[in-house]
Design a protein around this ligand. Structure first.
Ligand code: FES
Length: 202
């Protein structure tokens, strides 16, 4: 379900109405994607399996912005430093099949100062750009909030905060698992998948 915790984030009346956090937070950059709920989209995930568009991100896939009808591969310049969250899909570079047939493939791209990254996040980043699954491991809402000055990706459904500087580890909230990172590399200035998710999404 998408009910919020009492006293912090009021629950949405229905899953289809989204799961947006209503409490204003300074320096929060929001996306207008809404907090879609896993339960509402689960049938599409199941039906999409077996289709190239539904394969998980593959090594050497490029990334394209959600809603980009031109399917232009994203470059470093498309992910502004320390500013905006970019929603993306992986795309097979040869066939140009956008892997949007499975909701598990939806990504969130953020860019941080590479000097702030340590451990696995440093090696998973490409030019400071990090990719994470959009799917919150708590109950399957989309992660839609980015707090760049704290390096936090947040799910508004039940207020789980994930540390983008530390491989998506949980800082606060009910999620029991990190937000899965997707390692990236660069080909010139084009963002490319270095390898598929190291941890399962669901
Ligand atoms: Fe509950 Fe994300 S679905 S915190």
């Amino acid at each position: 379900t998408c009910g919020g915790r009492a006293g912090r984030h009021p629950p949405s009346p229905t899953p289809s109405s989204g799961c947006s956090r209503t409490t204003p937070r300074r320096s929060i950059l929001r996306m207008s994607l809404g907090g879609l709920c896993w339960a509402a989209l689960f049938p599409a995930v199941v039906l999409g399996q077996g289709d190239p568009a539904s394969l998980p991100p593959q090594e050497d896939d490029v990334l394209v912005k959600l809603g980009d009808s031109a399917s232009k591969p994203l470059t470093l310049g498309d992910v502004p430093g320390n500013a905006e969250l970019v929603a993306a899909w992986p795309m097979a570079p040869a066939s140009k099949v956008v892997r949007s047939g499975n909701r598990l493939n939806e990504l969130r791209l953020v860019r941080l100062d590479p000097t702030l990254l340590g451990g696995a996040s440093a090696s998973d980043a490409a030019g400071g750009v990090l990719a994470y699954s959009a799917l919150c491991p708590h109950a399957g809402c989309n992660v839609t909030t980015w707090i760049p000055d704290k390096g936090i990706l947040s799910c508004d459904c039940h207020a789980t905060d994930f540390d983008a500087r530390a491989s998506g580890s949980v800082i606060a909230g009910p999620a029991a698992r990190p937000l899965p990172p997707l390692p990236l590399k660069l080909s010139g200035d084009v963002l490319v998948v270095a390898k598929s998710f190291a941890t399962s999404i669901r």
